[in-house]
Write a protein that binds this ligand. Structure first.
Ligand code: CLF
Length: 297
């Protein structure tokens, strides 16, 4: 179980609701939507769910400046005492908006040093920011990795924005995969805990995710979270090409079971939004709209 973990790791996960199954009953997280831009496009992107999915060009969440975000964090922390973790998970990609993301982390570090910082990224820019991630004591990074084979990737990602240019086809996924795995290795070398999120897309990467699991495990990922592509109409899905369906609960469980080995699998993910507030599965974001925050003093 989780308590068999080495003490230095347990120290980092024991009150993080995503990294510890046990903690999610008792500890809350919040996200601040400071990162609007994205550097990749995903065919199956769901614009509403952020740490979970990726590449959300449309964006439903409100966008905050680092100053507004800090004010919001302080307001939430004083209202919800179980709030232990602040995550930046979109609505675009945290590392495609580095100035806003790291300014927010800097301000939180100064004003609320007890809050743990968490970052979710598609990984394309990750190797360039590992030093900065370490500088702000971010010890929880999530990388969304949906493939390690560029041929599979080409069915998922029509393009990436790389070195000031749009790159398409298999080449785009080759670069993305290389950067994701390199970023993961760099974080592991520095002892920064890394979780990998993968979105299960039936007929596209479902069989391939066992290979992804091995690749990320061997590079030091601490936890693998395989999530279903959300395709229920009540979630307001923007369907990808060809009205792609999501997996059934049984299909998802079978894949998670196939990957369960010496590596921890996350099974309590709630596919949060970029502005989520509260315990996992609870959404208190309506209590903390920008308007309300700006009125508080
Ligand atoms: Fe947020 Fe993501 Fe950090 Fe958690 S969410 S940035 S790791 S603090 Fe958690 Fe939500 Fe699942 Fe993400 S339940 S979607 S795994």
């Amino acid at each position: 179980g989780e308590t068999d973990l080495p003490p230095e790791i347990w120290e980092k996960v024991k009150n993080h609701p995503c990294y510890s199954e046990e903690a999610h009953h008792h500890y809350a997280r919040m996200h601040v939507a400071v990162a609007p831009a994205c550097n990749i496009q995903c065919n199956y992107c769901n614009r509403k769910y952020d740490c979970a999915n990726e590449s959300r060009p449309g964006v439903v969440s409100e966008r905050l400046t680092p100053e507004q975000a800090t004010k919001k964090v302080l307001a939430v922390a004083s209202t919800i005492p179980q709030m232990t973790v602040l995550g930046i998970a979109g609505p675009g990609d945290a590392l495609a908006n580095p100035a806003k993301t790291f300014k927010t982390f800097e301000m939180i570090m100064e004003t609320a040093p007890d809050i743990k910082l968490c970052l979710s990224t598609n990984g394309l820019a990750l190797p360039d920011y590992v030093d900065e991630i370490a500088k702000y004591n971010v010890d929880h990074v999530t990388i969304t990795i949906n493939m390690v084979d560029p041929e599979v990737g080409a069915k998922i990602y029509p393009w990436i924005f790389w070195e000031h240019k749009r790159v398409t086809g298999v080449e785009a996924s080759r670069i993305l995969s290389e950067r994701q795995l390199k970023g993961l290795e760099m974080l592991s070398e520095r002892g920064i805990l890394c979780k990998v999120n993968s979105v299960m897309i039936p007929g596209i990467n479902d069989e391939h995710l066992v290979e992804v699991n091995k690749a990320v495990k061997s590079r030091g990922a601490f936890l693998h979270n395989i999530m279903p592509l959300i395709s229920a109409p009540e979630h307001g899905t923007v369907f990808g090409l060809n009205g792609q369906r999501g997996p059934s609960a049984q299909e998802l469980k079978a894949l998670q079971d196939a990957c369960e080995g010496e590596m921890n699998m996350m099974r309590h993910c709630r596919q949060c939004r970029a502005d989520a507030v509260g315990l996992l599965g609870e959404d208190r974001s309506a209590e903390f709209t920008t308007e309300k925050i700006m009125e508080m003093d």
